[in-house]
Design a protein around this ligand. Structure first.
Ligand SMILES: [Zn+2]
Length: 210
């Protein structure tokens, strides 16, 4: 089976919009993305070759990855089937169901599956490629991204409804992850929506990205 061709789009390097997502995203070089995830560059390049993530080659700049698509792949696409270890499968299932519950902790999950916190933490990272906290945070922030762009909930309401107890933590994590504060993100999304409404229809699903 031949992988789909790498989709390379020339954009203004200052642009913070992924042409595939049509949303404001953080663009990272392969090295930066690899470092954030604690994975090798080789792994990231493999995802690019297989069109698992959105790759962009700005003029006169190195290959950049759409961080949003990377997070999506790490938490969803990569998980083609549940982990073989039934206890780990149960944990992953629980995270996807309960991520918006502020009481969802590794300690609580470890009790449910009768493993020590450290054993579960180790197995989780080995199987999923990212640690429990990063995984949970990614799910929360991705849901927040949706709420910011599709609802009129306040920033605080968004924070609480995705499992944060403190809006300050939420804003900090959001900015670390996406490169914008939640309010800037919302403003940019709104602007993009308005601009798109004025120009021809956009077909963001045109790429073969999974
Ligand atoms: Zn993208």
């Amino acid at each position: 089976m031949t992988p789909p061709a790498l989709r390379v789009v020339m954009v203004d390097p200052r642009s913070l919009f992924c042409p595939s997502c049509r949303r404001p995203v953080l663009m990272l070089t392969v090295g930066q993305a690899a470092e954030r995830l604690g994975l090798s560059r080789r792994t990231l390049y493999r995802w690019v070759e297989r069109a698992r993530v959105h790759a962009i080659k700005p003029a006169d700049a190195p290959l950049h990855l759409c961080w949003s698509s990377v997070l999506r792949w790490v938490t969803h696409g990569q998980r083609r089937e549940p982990p073989a270890d039934p206890r780990l499968a149960q944990v992953v299932e629980a995270i996807h169901t309960l991520y918006a519950d502020p009481r969802l902790t590794l300690t609580r999950l470890s009790r449910q599956v009768h493993l020590s916190v450290s054993a579960l933490s180790r197995r989780f990272k080995a199987e999923m490629g990212v640690g429990f906290r990063d995984y949970r945070r990614t799910l929360r922030l991705r849901r927040a991204e949706q709420l910011l762009s599709q609802s009129s909930l306040s920033i605080k309401q968004v924070a609480l409804s995705v499992g944060y107890r403190h809006v300050g933590d939420f804003c900090r994590h959001f900015q670390q992850t996406y490169g914008f504060t939640p309010s800037t993100y919302r403003r940019m999304v709104t602007q993009v929506a308005q601009t798109a409404g004025e120009s021809e229809p956009v077909h963001p699903q045109g790429s073969k990205t999974v």
